[in-house]
Write a protein that binds this ligand. Structure first.
Ligand code: FAD
Length: 421
């Protein structure tokens, strides 16, 4: 048994809300196997579905699988949930403006946003529909802003309002811009509260979470998947499942490489792009999120707020050398204070009053990329049997932003790819 590291106020809040006394201990796969044997009078080598990864996407998928009645087990290599990308992001509920029309990103973001607001409301997960402004900071950017408005329309985002510079300033007096798009359906969410709630739903539907349990390799055999799992304090274990969902975030491509029978087209090269954040000392100058016009796939140095009203800027974008990264321990999340220089210049384009010395290194996250620096950003990859030809397997690859927003819609998509109800 290992102690749960993640015991946050949101968890306590969740426990109160559910009226349930959650165990504050979690179990490695080896411990689960013993308990399972005692309860079910059979070894736990066979379950209906295994989800690899207890980030927001894996937990949303596991919840959905458990709720359709499948015996579902989540394997998480870390000693707590949300150990990966899901704990290192902007916590923004995106409205769906940016993504190529008809892409999975566009469709699942808009659907996921609606599902997520409804979920937060019914499950008392903290969120705020604070809205955001996307800016043209000079006349050269006006055409780009108009193109963004048109793209948002095609994506089904129909609530945008075009504001003149003056109108935008009336809403946010510290702002300088030529024009802005107001997106009322952009918001922020407590991502840890969300993950705990998804875990709670999954467990309430009979699913289980095994921590410190790393999926090593997979192979198909007689209509089942065989998984080798390294479990803390125990010998390697073998599991069988009809369905396997690889939701391993940054490490999903590595697991795809360890999957027997998967064609080369379905084993993309893992790539990593680091994004650093700087927090603002003092009160937030804006009440809405403020975004510059996006550049290619990068949204630019934007201002986001957390639920306590603290402002931060970022993330920026810095490609890491993928050849040097094979394990979570090899990721350096330190924020380089020197990077603040570029932030001052970028932020002052829309907030000229940013005082010198007001930005402090905060935290960073790493984007799970499956394309290189000079290639166009691909769509989410939800590779199911219709794509790779292997029954029962779904690989979730390149689930970068808006993956948090889309998590509930991604779960629906996974069930659809597996022809589950
Ligand atoms: C800087 C940044 C900002 C972002 N901002 C936003 C935003 O504002 N809004 C938004 O919608 N999205 C945002 N995103 C994207 C969003 O955070 C991700 O899409 C989402 O969190 C991905 O969740 P996941 O569950 O797929 O991955 P993860 O959270 O990384 O979870 C994967 C889990 O799998 C585990 N794992 C890996 N390998 C194994 C294995 N072999 N066996 C067992 N377990 C394993 C890991 O430990 C990890 O816990 C942002 C991303 C970044 C990097």
């Amino acid at each position: 048994m290992v102690d749960v590291v993640l015991v946050r106020s949101s968890r306590i809040g969740w426990r109160k809300k559910m009226g349930a006394e959650l165990s504050l201990q979690a179990f490695s796969l080896a411990s689960y196997a013993l308990m399972w044997r005692a309860k079910h009078n059979r070894a736990m080598e066979k379950v209906d579905a295994v989800v690899i990864g207890a980030g927001v996407v894996g937990l949303a998928v596991a919840r959905a699988l458990a709720q359709v009645g499948l015996e579902t087990l989540v394997l998480e290599q870390a000693p707590h949930i949300g150990a990966g990308v899901s704990s290192r992001n902007s916590e923004v509920i995106h409205a769906g403006l940016y993504y190529p029309p008809a892409s999975l990103k566009a469709r699942l973001c808009v659907r996921g946003r609606d599902l997520l607001y409804a979920y937060c409301e019914t499950h008392q997960v903290a969120y705020r529909r604070c809205g955001k402004l996307v800016l043209a900071t000079d006349v050269q950017q006006m055409a780009g802003l108009q193109a963004l408005a048109a793209k948002a329309q095609s994506n089904g985002v129909h609530d945008l309002r075009w504001l003149s510079g003056q109108q935008a300033q009336a809403l946010e007096p510290a702002l300088r811009c030529e024009a802005a798009l107001l997106s009322p359906s952009t918001g922020i969410v407590d991502s840890h509260g969300l993950m705990l709630s998804l875990q709670g739903d999954m467990e309430a539907a009979g699913g289980a979470l095994a921590l410190c349990s790393k999926a090593l390799r997979l192979r198909p055999y007689a209509g089942q998947w065989h998984l080798d799992v390294a479990s803390q304090g125990a010998a390697e274990m073998a599991l069988q499942a009809r369905f396997v969902i690889n939701a391993a975030g940054l490490w999903a491509p590595f697991l795809a490489q360890q999957t027997a029978g998967l064609g080369a087209a379905f084993r993309p090269q893992p790539r990593f792009s680091k994004g650093s954040y700087f927090s603002l000392t003092g009160p937030a100058p804006f009440t809405r999120l403020i975004y510059p016009l996006p550049q290619d796939a990068w949204l630019g140095v934007h201002l986001t707020l957390d639920l306590a009203g603290q402002a931060r800027f970022g993330p920026d974008a810095q490609w890491l050398d993928s050849d040097l990264i094979q394990t979570p321990e090899q990721l350096d999340y330190q924020v380089d204070a020197q990077r603040a220089q570029a932030f001052y210049a970028d932020v002052r384009r829309y907030w000229p009053a940013l005082p010198d010395g007001a930005l402090q290194p905060a935290y960073s996250g790493v984007r799970p990329k499956i394309h290189g620096p000079h290639e166009a950003a691909p769509d989410f990859r939800v590779d199911g049997p219709a794509q790779h030809g292997l029954p029962g397997l779904v690989n979730l690859l390149g689930i970068e932003s808006p993956g948090l927003t889309s998590c509930l819609a991604l779960a629906e998509e996974v069930l659809r790819r597996l022809s589950l109800p």
